[in-house]
Design a protein around this ligand. Structure first.
Ligand code: SAM
Ligand code: SF4
Length: 357
C-alpha cells in the first residue's frame, strides 16, 4: 500500500537531516552565532537513520535526500549513504551540501553509492560569498563541485537562493556556466521561514549602495535576515529569466529527469540547464510528495508547519518496526494541504538548518 495523504498525494520522498550542525552561517538560514544545537546523544545514530529509512522504503518511499545542517560534517555519513543506497525499492538517493568539504569527501561518498548531489551556491564572487555564507570560501566550494564531477556523481545541480539586490545581478553569469558544463543551475525563492527574529535586531538596514545595485548587509553580531527583510528581497523567476535572456538570448524549455518542481530551460546549445523553483509564489504544495525526518528523530509532514512526531523516543523505548511504520503512516495522514506564506503566514519554531532544507 503506497503512502497516500488525505489530499491524494503519493508520498514517496523522504528528506533526512543527518545533523543540525553547520560550518556556514548563511544570512537567510541562521544567526552568526548559530542556533543552539542538540546534544550529540539526541541526534539519531547511523543505525537509527538506517532503520527508519528501511521502514520508510518498505512503506513506499522511493526517493531519499540527505541534508542538514551540513551533512558533510557528520563523520559517519558514508556509513549512512552506503546502507541506504543498497535498500531494495529505493530508486534515488541524493545529498544537499554547501560543498565546502566536498573535495575531501566526494570520493568516499561515490564509493559508498551516492549518485546525485545538489550543491548550494549563491554567488560567484569571493567577497560576496563571505558576506552571505559567513564561513568557508568560494574556491573550495568550486573545487568540491569539480571533485563530485570527477568521481562520477551527477547530474550536478547547483541551488542558488535568489535575493534581490544581493545576487540577482549575477543571474546571467550563473547561466553562462551552463553553456560549457553539464551543470543544472536552479534559482530558489527566498523563504521567510524563520520570522521570529525582529527586523531591527540584526541587519540595521538593507539599502542599495554605491550605485551598483548591491545590497549592503550591515551586520551586527548574531543576526540573520528577518521575515520582512526576506520578503523585500523576493525576486520573481520572470525577472531573473529576463536578466538571463537579455544577455544570452531566449532560452528554450528543457527537461531534467530528476528536477522535481523546477521549471527548466536551456540556453540554445548549452550543455546544462537553468531552472526556477518557486515554492512561495507558485502553488507547489499540490504536487508535494515529501515528509522530513529531523536529525533528532522527529518526523514532519511539512517544512512550513510546525507539527512533528517524535519517532526517536518511541524507537529508543523499544518500538517494533510495525509500530514505527504505523507512526509514519500517521504523519502522512496528517500532512497539511498547503502553506500560506504568500498570504503572510509566519513560520515559528525550528529554522531551516534544524529541520533539513
Ligand atoms: N547545508 C546544506 C546546504 O546549504 O546545501 C544543506 C542544508 S540547507 C538548510 C538546504 C538548502 O536550504 C540550501 O540550498 C539553502 O540555500 C536552502 N535554504 C536555507 N534557508 C533558506 C531560506 N530561508 N530560503 C530559501 N532557501 C533556504
Ligand atoms: Fe548551513 Fe546550509 Fe544553512 Fe547555509 S543554508 S547555514 S550551509 S545549513
Amino acid at each position: 500500500m503506497p503512502l497516500i495523504d488525505p489530499f491524494n498525494r503519493n508520498i514517496d520522498y523522504l528528506r533526512i537531516s543527518v545533523t543540525d550542525r553547520c560550518n556556514f552561517r548563511c544570512v537567510y538560514c541562521m544567526p552568526q552565532e548559530g542556533f543552539p544545537v542538540a546534544e550529540k546523544s539526541e541526534l539519531l545514530t547511523a543505525d537509527e537513520f538506517i532503520r527508519l529509512a528501511t521502514i520508510a522504503v518498505d512503506l513506499g518511499i522511493t526517493k531519499i535526500r540527505l541534508t542538514g545542517g551540513e551533512p558533510l560534517v557528520r563523520k559517519d555519513l558514508e556509513v549512512i549513504v552506503g546502507a541506504i543506497a543498497k535498500l531494495p525499492g529505493l530508486t534515488d538517493l541524493s545529498l544537499t551540501t554547501n560543498g565546502y568539504i566536498l573535495d575531501e569527501k566526494a570520493e568516499g561518498l561515490a564509493r559508498a553509492g551516492l549518485t546525485r548531489i545538489n550543491i548550494s551556491l549563491d554567488t560567484l564572487r569571493p567577497d560576496k560569498f563571505k558576506e552571505i555564507a559567513r564561513g568557508g570560501d568560494l574556491p573550495r566550494v568550486l573545487a568540491g563541485i569539480r571533485a563530485a564531477s570527477d568521481h562520477g556523481i551527477g547530474p550536478i545541480k547547483i541551488n542558488c537562493v535568489a535575493m534581490k539586490g544581493l545576487n540577482d545581478d549575477e543571474a546571467a553569469d550563473f547561466a553562462a556556466w551552463t553553456k560549457d558544463e553539464d551543470i543544472h543551475f536552479r534559482f530558489i525563492e527566498l523563504m521567510p521561514i524563520r520570522w521570529n527574529l525582529d527586523e531591527t535586531s540584526g541587519f540595521d538596514s538593507l539599502s542599495a549602495h554605491g550605485g551598483n545595485g548591491l545590497i549592503q548587509l550591515r551586520q551586527t553580531q548574531g543576526s540573520m535576515l528577518s521575515d520582512a527583510q526576506m520578503r523585500r528581497m523576493y525576486i520573481s523567476a520572470e525577472e531573473l529569466r529576463n536578466r538571463i535572456e537579455s544577455v544570452h538570448g531566449p532560452m528554450e524549455p528543457a527537461m531534467v529527469k530528476t528536477n522535481g518542481p523546477a521549471r527548466t530551460f536551456r540556453i540554445p546549445g548549452a550543455k546544462g540547464t537553468v531552472g526556477f523553483i518557486s515554492q512561495i509564489s507558485s502553488d507547489l504544495c499540490a504536487q508535494c510528495n515529501r515528509i522530513r525526518l529531523t536529525s533528532d528523530g522527529f518526523l514532519r509532514p511539512c517544512l512550513m508547519s510546525d507539527g512533528e512526531l517524535d519517532l526517536k523516543s518511541v524507537m529508543r523505548g523499544g518500538a517494533s518496526d510495525e509500530e514505527l511504520a504505523a507512526l509514519i503512516r500517521h504523519v502522512v495522514d496528517h500532512k497539511p494541504e498547503r502553506h500560506y506564506l504568500a498570504q503572510g503566514q509566519k513560520v515559528t519554531g525550528r529554522g531551516m538548518s534544524q529541520i533539513g532544507g
